[in-house]
Every structure is written in C-alpha cells, then in structure tokens.
Design a protein. Structure first.
Lengths: 422, 380
C-alpha cells in the first residue's frame, strides 16, 4: 500500500465536493431565471435533468455516476417541495425558499471545500484544525504523560463522558482480538469488556482487600480478586478476557499482583489520590490505607488516557472508529451550522452515498500529525466496511447531537471572526 | 386464595424473614459504609422489612408487587393490545431510562443466540428498521442484513429469526409475487409486522401525517419503549403459557429484575455532610438522586435478600407455575451475582457511593413503605 501524502488525500477529498458546487449553483441559477409558472409545472425539472444527462461526456465512471445521483436527488427534492407546498405557499415564496436552501448548501460546501489547504498554510486558522482542536480537548487530549491526559479528561468527562465512552467502543468490536500477539496493540472496548470494567469498579467500591504496596511498605493499596471479577460470567463467556487479563489491566492503569489480585499501578495511585478516587486513612499501626471511592468513569478514563498517550499503537478497528467519529462530528457540524433544519437538501448530505464520498478522506486527513496522529495506513478503504461503520455513526446518540450543536456554535464564531478579519 | 396457595405464600413470607435475619447477622459482622450512620440506617430498614412485610398476610408485598409493579408492567388481562396500551401509558421519560436499561440488557442476552455480533443493540436496530416506513413492516432480508454475522452462514440467522419474532410477539405475513423483476421467478417475501390491534395503537401514537401532502411517517417518539412494552405485554398475556414467553429463562430474568427494583426502592436514603466529594460532582443532582448504603450490595447480604424476593415476585406475578420455574441449580448463584453487577447500570457510582436515581416506580414503592416506617418510629 502506498503511503498517501496530504496533498493526494486532500485532492481526493475535494474531488466529489467540487462536483457538488457547480450542480447546486447551476440549478440555483436555473430556478432563479425560471418564470413562476414554469417553475410550478414541475415537469420542467425532469426535462432539464434529461438534457443534463445527455450532455455527459465520458468522465471517470464513479464520478459521473455520483454527479448523476446528486443531480437527480436535487431535482427530486425540488419537485417534492413544490408539490407539497403548491397550495399553501405563493409561488414567489416557494422560489425564495428554494434559493435560500441553495445558498445554505453552497455556503456549507464552501466551508467543506476550504476546511484546510494543500500546504497547510496558516494552519491555526483553518476550519479543520480549529474544529479538531476543540474536539481534541474534549475527547482525546494530548499530554506529556498519562497523568496530564487523565487530568484533562477528568475535567471534561463531567459533561462529555458519554461521548468519550462512545468513542472507545467501536461498532466493529467483534473483529477485535483482546489477546493480540502484538502486546503493544490496543483494541477498543467491547461491550463485554465494558461490563468487566464496571464489575471491577463495583468490586473496588464494595469488597476491596488491602495489600502492602510493593513500592512503599508504608502504604496499603486496595486489591480485588481476579476470580471475583469473572465470577459473574456464566459458561465461560468472558474466557478470552480472563486469559488476557494482564493486557486489559495494563490499559486500565491496573496490574496483577501474585497472580490473583488486581491492584492500581504505582503511578496511577498518585493520580487517583489527587482526584479523590482514593482516600488516605491512617491505621493504628502507622500505615496508610488507601480506600477506593471510584466513580463510574474512573477506569474508563484510564483506558482512554492510555489510548490517547499510546495512540501510535491502536488497533485497526479503533483507529477507524476514532477517526470516523471525529470526521463525522466535524462534517455534521459544518452542515448544522450552515443548513437550517428544514432545508430540503439536508438528507442528501447526510445520506450514506454522500457521506461515504467525503468522510473517509476527512478521516485520513485527520490522521496526520497536526491532528490525531494516528496511522492512516490503517484506515480501511473497503466500501462494505464504510457502510458498516457509517450506518452507526452517532447521529442518533444524544450526547453526540449535543456536541455537534455546541461545535456548530463555535464554528459560527470562527466564521464571524474570519469575516471581521480577526 | 385457596388453602394450599395460602400455605405456599406463608412459606415464602417465612423464608423471607429468615433470610433478612441472616443478612442482618452478616451485616453486624462487617461494615463497608463510610458515611456515619449508614450501616445503622440499613440495619433499621432491614429490621422493619423483616418485621412488617410478612404481617397481614404479606399485605405490603401484595401492594408493592400487585398494585405497583403488576399494574405498571404486567397488567392482568388476556388482551395483548389492552396490556400493551396500559404498559405504554405507565411509562415516563425518567422511568424509561432505568427500566429500559434493565430490560434491554435482559433482551440482549436473550437474543444473543440470534445475533451474537450485535448484542446490546438488537432493539435499537429493530427501532431503526421499523421506523423506515409508516406501515411498521420489515421484510425478511432486512432482518438478515441487520442481524447476520459476517462470519457465519445466513442459515443460522434464518433458524433463530423466529425466536426474535416470538420474543416481541411480532407477526409474519407473506407476499407472493408471481414474477419477480430480476429473474421472472415466483418469489415469496415474508414481512414481519406488529399484531393488528397493536398496529392501530401505533398508528394513533407514532405516525405523523403531513398536513399538506397527507404523507405519513413514523414520528421521532417511536423508540425502544415500544418494543419493551410489547415484550412485557406479551409476557403478561401469556403468563400461563411458559413456551410462548421464552420459558424458564425469561421468568428468571424478569423476576430477578423486578425483585431488584423492589429492593432498590426499599433502601434508605442517606444524608452526607458538606465536605463529602459526592456533593462536588456536577453529575450528582440531590433533587433527583439519593445516596443509599452500599453494605446491602455485599455479596453475603444481597444474595440472601434476593433469593426469597425472586420467589415472592415469581409467585405474585405468575403463581405456582412461575415459582416452580425459578432456577434452583448452581447457576442460580451466578445469575444473582450478575444481577448484583447489573445494579451499577441503573445506579451510579459517584466517588465510591452508590447513588440511586429517583424514578416513579422507586418512589411509589418506597411511599407504601414510608407509611409503615412512620408507624414504626412512633411506636404505633
């Protein structure tokens, strides 16, 4: 596989988008120039569409097919809109609405086409970079060490823990292997693993045992029995996880002691104390006992911080899912900020056919060093796979919806500042 | 209640008192609560439960289970549409979250044989598929596309598809096309839809009609509540026919979930002092959440409490038939252990404290109990 450069990917990203703008502009002009009577007789749109299709010169097949699809959808939506409101609205109002919808789409496409530039000039003022940075702080912060990242995540998790959790559970989790022969590879969290993490949290809060800290004999650290964690699973359904418990622990900030206990790692203990997840209790023998008081997100954030810190070692599934989540949110944000909810062309942009032409390239762009710093070679190109993951892109998830809303407000601010020349 | 039934019921009540006593003893030996007074509050609550629940022929249980749980989730009727409508009406937004969480978890594990690779999202996918058209129908190949495992042949999905249909009480209809477009062959399409009377309710509640075009579409309100209500309605109506409701597995799951709801409702609320970190957590809302003692979730205590409660719920909801079906093997302990961990899905750990979200069913059950507590504390 060839390692694609920034300019190659950007060119591909722009290819499809660049076909959409002229279609919309031409159709807008056609509608503008149409008399109201002609416009209301919707047959004219079929005729124009047929003429347009006849004109097609031999281009790259996929591109011409996409343009034809897109043009068809645009005309279809116009016709439906006219049918629908012919009796309730004046023709002039219908025309105004249509032109307004076109303008909104064109302005969304202009942002999509100018999200960044080939030589990444003035990086700090490009849309892609600014929107990415906003998300980075909330979902996958950068830091010098695990502690710094964990602290950042802890701050934002109060409002965004559901998004953080969503991003850690790839929809294609069943393709992941927990016990990968490559020790460094970090998979996403499967629903089963999520249950196991919850069990560990509950056991720490309910039945911890205490064990002398191997690094400091004055401290007693909380431990839970590995056996207790897996006891709740019937018929060995968590057998794979039980076998790979050491690797899982590593990702959760835990370690295995004496082969039977799970205990927090020495470095993690400091972080937990600072955030009140461990309480110091002085015993009569002078030793300090660390009493766990974990919240639901304590260990999940540890996994996320670990993923963020070692982002060069993520599994294929996780890389695809994380970059898809970022790209999906940014793409949806741009649409949300420019298109009104009742814009008749909205569904064309959110449809799988359009998304699969734009988001995969945005995913790759977001993997570069100024952004997620993920291995873009692992982004899958298979159409089937894209369908599989895009079908479940988080549009119907409340927390993602909220994030898109917040980010679109931020985008409006950026746009305003750009206009003012700040 | 006949003589034999009364004997059975009394036996269950005695068993309950005995097990609460056992829990009390274990509680005396260990204390894992770090909020002053938490253990004492729990001890007092367990004593009241032990002394008052079996009184008046278990009147408090009858009120909590028959009047609250049964009315809201298992209406006593033989008409599926009526049961469905009653369940649907008793749902509230806050309540949905927790009940959905519990039942969704159960249905997911129930349907894991059908769709191994999509556990946890079975209902979500059903909602998505049925929302596509206003006629609430999906065709069999949509099912395969949704639930087939890429690593397995389609025949596995075909074989277990019926299970999923039975689980929700859906109906299959056939459409025969004499010449299909692709091969000009005779083709039989199988559609799955809701029973007719349920469809009428759905069309009234979840279909929006466009004022101008008269176009119909499924509204955004159509969500997993519909499937969960249908699942519960199916159990209510066919409670005497174990085969139709998924057999012993369903009964054990459902009784465990509702005894857990009962138990969470009965736990005392705790007050914490101002310095407690829980109060600094922005996700903790004292108006809608309350801290409950965590000692009751200790394995030794919870298992003793849960066992007789599951029997009681089974008996009250499905009579002797359900009681017989409650799992008594070694697997039972593991199931109870699973339930123990299920609790954290509906409650939240906030800085090591178990916080309960106050939903209507918890409040209604604890209100019945509050009356007794007042009597108890005033010594009347």
């Amino acid at each position: 596989m060839v390692r694609e450069r920034w300019t190659d990917i950007l060119a591909r990203y722009l290819t499809y988008l660049s076909h959409l703008v002229p279609i919309l502009k031409e159709t807008k002009k056609t509608v503008q120039n149409m008399s109201l009577e002609v416009m209301m007789d919707v047959k004219i749109f079929d005729k124009i569409k047929m003429d347009e299709e006849k004109r097609l010169v031999k281009k790259v097949r996929a591109l011409s097919e996409f343009s034809a699809y897109y043009r068809g959808e645009v005309f279809e939506n116009i016709k439906n809109f006219i049918y629908k409101y012919a009796e309730d609205l004046e023709p002039i109002d219908i025309k105004d609405y249509l032109i307004e919808f076109f303008d909104e789409c064109i302005s969304a496409l202009e942002i999509l086409m100018n999200v960044t530039n080939p030589d990444q000039k003035k990086l700090n003022s490009t849309y892609l970079y600014l929107l990415y940075k906003y998300l980075e702080d909330l979902l996958l912060p950068i830091g010098k060490n695990f502690e710094e990242i964990y602290m950042k995540l802890n701050k934002t998790s109060k409002n965004w823990h559901e998004c953080q959790r969503y991003m850690m559970i790839p929809h294609t989790y069943y393709r992941e292997t927990v016990d990968n022969p490559d020790f460094f590879e970090i998979p996403g969290i499967s629903p089963k693993l999520y249950q196991i993490i919850n069990n560990i949290t509950s056991l720490y809060n309910l039945d911890p045992n205490y064990y002398p800290c191997p690094e400091d004999s004055n401290i007693e650290i909380p431990v839970v029995l590995i056996e207790d964690v897996f006891e709740a699973f019937i018929d060995n359904i968590a057998h794979e996880e039980q076998e790979a418990v050491e690797k899982i622990c590593e990702r959760l900030g835990l370690r295995v002691l004496d082969g039977i206990f799970l205990a927090p790692k020495y470095d993690f203990i400091d972080v937990l104390i600072k955030l009140d997840f461990l309480r110091e209790n002085k015993q009569s023998d002078g030793k300090i006992r660390l009493i766990p008081q974990f919240s639901n997100e304590t260990l999940i954030l540890s996994y996320l911080a670990f993923v963020s810190f070692r982002r060069g070692f993520l599994s294929k599934e996780l890389i695809n899912w994380i970059s898809m989540t970022f790209a999906f949110i940014i793409f949806s944000t741009i649409l949300k900020s420019q298109l009104s909810d009742h814009n008749i062309f909205y569904p064309i942009f959110t449809g799988l056919k359009t998304q699969e032409k734009v988001i995969p390239y945005m995913m790759k762009l977001l993997c570069f060093n100024n952004y997620l710093k993920l291995d873009r070679m692992k982004i899958r190109d298979s159409v089937q796979y894209r369908k599989e993951i895009f079908n479940f892109a988080g549009s119907s998830i409340d927390c993602i919806k909220q994030l898109i809303l917040d980010l679109s407000e931020y985008l409006k601010e950026i746009k305003k500042k750009k206009k003012e020349g700040v | 209640m006949s003589g034999i039934d009364n004997l059975e019921w009394e036996k269950l009540l005695t068993e309950f008192s005995k097990n609460v006593d056992k829990s009390l003893k274990k509680l005396e030996e260990r204390d894992i609560d770090n909020i002053p007074g938490a253990k004492q509050a729990l001890v007092e609550r367990l004593r009241v439960m032990r002394d008052y629940f079996p009184q008046n022929n278990g009147d408090l249980f009858i009120k909590s289970i028959n009047e609250k749980i049964q009315n809201a989730f298992f209406p006593k009727t033989k008409d599926l549409a009526e049961a469905f409508e009653l369940i649907l009406k008793s749902r509230s937004h806050d309540q949905d979250f927790i009940i959905n969480e519990l039942i969704n978890g159960f249905i997911s594990s129930r349907s894991k044989t059908i769709a191994l690779n999509v556990q946890g999202t079975v209902i979500d996918r059903m909602v998505e598929a049925f929302s596509k058209g206003p006629d609430f129908q999906i065709v069999d190949h949509q099912f395969y596309a949704m639930f087939s495992d890429p690593n397995k042949a389609r025949k596995y999905v075909k074989e277990s598809l019926q299970d999923l249909v039975d689980l929700f009480g859906l109906e299959a209809k056939e459409l025969i096309v004499e010449k299909d477009k692709r091969k000009s062959e005779r083709k039989v399409y199988t559609f799955y839809t809701f029973p007719e009377k349920i469809l009428e309710i759905l069309e009234g509640e979840y279909v929006d009609t466009d004022d101008v075009l008269g176009e119909k579409r499924v509204s955004e309100k159509f969500d997993k509540t519909v499937f969960i209500s249908l699942f519960l309605a199916n159990i209510s109506v066919h409670r005497d026919d174990l085969k139709k409701i998924g057999g012993v597995y369903t009964i054990n799951g459902i009784c465990s979930i509702f005894s857990l709801i009962l138990l969470i409702s009965l736990m005392p609320k705790l007050e914490v002092n101002e310095t407690n970190p829980v109060l600094r957590d922005p996700t903790y809302n004292p108006e809608t959440m309350s801290i409950i003692p965590k000692s009751w979730m200790m394995k030794e205590i919870l298992l003793d409490l849960l066992e007789p409660l599951i029997n009681i719920v089974a008996y009250r909801l499905g009579g002797g038939e359900w009681l017989k079906s409650v799992e008594t093997s070694e697997v039972k302990k593991k199931i109870h252990n699973q339930i123990r961990f299920l609790i954290k899905d509906v409650n939240k750990w906030v800085y090591g404290q178990l916080t309960r979200v106050e939903i209507p069913i918890f409040i209604e059950i604890s209100n019945i109990f509050a009356e007794v507590l007042i009597d108890y504390s005033t010594g009347e």
